[in-house]
Design a protein around this ligand. Structure first.
Ligand SMILES: [Fe+2]
Length: 167
């Protein structure tokens, strides 16, 4: 049943947001670019709100808030941790953090986009509206990360990084 699939997907995202609550402070701490640090901290505040919004959707559906272990987000967080240890304090750290953060954003955008369509199909407009709000936050975060990469972090990684492109 689509409702079961929906609740299962929501439990997956509830778990993701909780894991990100723990991972984002470590990512923000590793950022040496002022605006990237600020963006990751702001996304942590949004992530805390996303946890509450997921709980609200469970409530609307009359279900108990449940989190389901998600291998995908654990893999993405592992990758972020590896990038942090490999590029810590290097000029490439900010570009590396943006890569890791954008992978997470795209995973969330894909998941919430599907959940919103299912909520609409189940004629649960209240849940669809909340999912729309979360989706807007994730998309805005992704756009800001692209801007930071294009404006400064990629160039800093290229000119200050150890590995130079062959001429
Ligand atoms: Fe989120």
């Amino acid at each position: 049943m689509l409702e079961d699939l929906f609740l299962d997907g929501l439990a997956d995202m509830y778990y993701c947001e909780q894991q990100l609550q723990e991972a984002l402070p470590r990512m923000a701490k590793a950022a040496t670019h002022h605006d990237l640090h600020g963006e990751l901290e702001m996304h942590l505040t949004e992530t805390e709100r996303h946890v509450e919004k997921c709980e609200r959707i469970f409530e609307i559906l009359g279900a108990k808030a449940t989190s389901k272990r998600c291998q995908a987000i654990l893999g993405l967080i592992d990758e972020a941790e590896d990038l942090i240890s490999e590029h810590d304090k290097s000029p490439t750290i900010n570009a590396a953090l943006i890569l890791a953060a954008q992978k997470v954003e795209h995973y969330e955008i894909a998941s919430y986009g599907t959940l919103r369509e299912w909520a609409k199909h189940l004629q649960c407009e209240d849940a669809a509206n909340i999912l729309d709000e979360i989706l807007a936050d994730e998309k805005a975060a992704d756009v800001k990360l692209t801007k930071l990469a294009a404006q400064e972090c990629n160039a800093a990684a290229r000119t200050g990084g150890g590995m130079q492109m062959a001429a």
